[in-house]
Write a protein of this length. Structure first.
Length: 191
């Protein structure tokens, strides 16, 4: 029997750090056992222009499916559409706040709400510093619901030499959390 593809939603919000989403999308694209569903907020699109040389069209071409953030009728907005996981990378504090109160006013927060209510895996990559008490309370609330918070905090035991080394280490953490095999280098081997 053929194993069905793992379906993963990748949501990109308006925090700085679009490079993390790009790297995850690239690595998932190379995996024939993963089906990707992407959605970009308006500010994510702006950050894509400010922070990278990629166009939205290029990223959408790397995804199996892409959606408009205003399309609350998209299939990822329904619990009857089966997905395995959702990753919000980077996750803005606005999006985290919206999800923590169940606002569901755009496709990203609605898809996250569906992911939570269906008890599916939700991973957030919060990108903000310093963190206020409100930020911490929202993240704690979501964490208590089972959301995995995986902030992009660099490791230095692997002696990164480039920004890409730092980004790749973060992507390794995300792929590990998704239970997707990856041959990333830079894992801790002990001393």
């Amino acid at each position: 029997m053929i194993e069905p593809k793992k379906k993963v939603i990748i949501a990109v919000t308006g925090s700085s750090g679009t490079i993390y989403a790009i790297d995850l999308i690239k690595k998932l694209q190379k995996n024939p056992n993963v089906e990707t569903h992407g959605v970009f907020s308006a500010w994510a699109k702006k950050n894509l222009q400010l922070e990278t040389d990629y166009s939205l069209a290029q990223l959408n071409a790397m995804l199996d499916y892409s959606y408009n953030d205003h399309d609350l009728g998209a299939k990822i907005a329904s619990g009857s559409f089966l997905v395995d996981a959702m990753v919000i990378v980077p996750a803005s504090m606005k999006t985290i706040a919206s999800i923590s109160v169940g606002l569901g006013d755009n496709l990203i927060s609605r898809a996250a709400d569906v992911t939570l209510k269906e008890r599916r895996q939700l991973i957030m990559v919060p990108r903000e510093t310093p963190l206020s008490t409100i930020h911490l309370e929202n993240m704690t609330k979501l964490s208590q619901m089972g959301v995995e918070m995986i902030p992009p905090i660099p490791a230095f035991y692997n002696h990164p030499e480039t920004i890409q080394d730092l980004v790749s280490h973060q992507t390794m953490k995300l792929l590990d959390a998704l239970h997707i095999h990856n041959d990333s280098t830079g894992r801790w081997e002990g001393i």
